[in-house]
Write a protein that binds this ligand. Structure first.
Ligand code: 13P
Length: 280
């Protein structure tokens, strides 16, 4: 039975220079792929289901199904709310059994981000759930790729230390050149800045926007204090390519086959990433 991915797991990963994947899912095919990747590698993994999925399905139904799939996992699988600016949504997800949440006040000014993130921490404590927050601003759209990195504000080490102290958050998502989604030109991760953030901040760091970042950079990030790595676009691409290829042209009607291949391909992407973040 899965015991979730707790703060001890995350802190251990940071201490040992390992990374844990936070993988976005929109449906049960995605959740099954995540659980299978955890089982196949024997590593903890976090399923992230948030408002993008809630906007297109019955949220309560999807969460209940995800929990059932996760609870049967022999290896630890967390259930995490990604990027929420709503305390009401955070409370609903905690009530529904989420083991961690991300409060996203990155578009607010520092004081308002501190206030929102502190409120999320207060909300989560009675549930024994841990809280990730974001400081600085990560460019891009969480559900679609963009053409190029823009001008997302980088996270400043001195502010980051103060932010963690004032809010009591358990993990911090940082902006170090990373963007959500794939970009036409490779992004440049500012490893020097990441190193300074790792020195300044004692809690595990989180790197969003893993799609499109090379394996060597991810491995270095593990050693600099990043314990959680968020991936989405590469999973969406693998899912859609599998369905398109299986369907053929003109598309046939073998939906069951297409979903099976999609699940296998998404699992493959996750297993490959885990091998980089937490090698055997
Ligand atoms: P990518 O879509 O770039 O993999 O980023 C995902 C993410 O950071 C989700 O929070």
């Amino acid at each position: 039975m899965s015991r979730g991915v707790g703060l001890d797991e995350l802190a251990g990963a940071r201490r040992e220079g390992r990374g844990i994947l936070g993988a976005v899912a929109y449906d049960t095919v995605g959740v099954e792929a995540i659980v299978t990747a955890g089982r196949r590698t024997g590593r903890p993994i976090i399923a992230q289901i948030g408002s993008s999925a809630f906007n297109h399905v019955d949220a309560g139904g999807l969460i209940a199904a995800a929990r059932m799939i996760i609870e049967r996992s022999p290896t630890p699988v967390g259930l995490h709310l990604d990027h929420s600016g709503s305390l009401e949504e955070i409370r609903r997800c905690l009530d529904a059994g989420y083991t961690s949440v991300m409060v996203d006040g990155s578009r607010l000014d520092f004081a308002d981000n501190v206030a929102l993130s502190t409120a999320a921490v207060d909300l989560a404590r009675p549930y024994a759930a841990w809280v990730e927050a974001e400081l600085g601003r990560i460019d891009g759209d969480e559900d679609r790729s963009i053409a190029a990195a823009g001008s997302g504000g980088l996270t400043r080490p001195s502010e980051a230390a103060r932010f963690v102290d004032e809010t009591g958050v358990d993990a911090l998502a940082v902006s170090v050149g990373n963007v959500h989604g794939r970009t036409a030109t490779p992004v440049r991760i500012h490893l020097d800045l990441l190193g300074e953030l790792g020195e300044a901040v004692r809690v595990p760091l989180v790197l969003h926007g893993v799609s499109g970042i090379d394996g060597d950079t991810l491995a270095v990030a593990c050693r600099l204090g990043v314990a959680k790595f968020n991936v989405n676009a590469d999973l969406r691409a693998a899912y859609l390519a599998a369905v398109a290829e299986w369907a053929g042209e003109p598309p046939g009607d073998d939906l069951v086959g297409a979903l099976r291949v999609a699940r296998q391909r998404v699992t493959g992407v996750l297993v490959d990433l885990i091998a980089v973040l937490d090698p055997p």
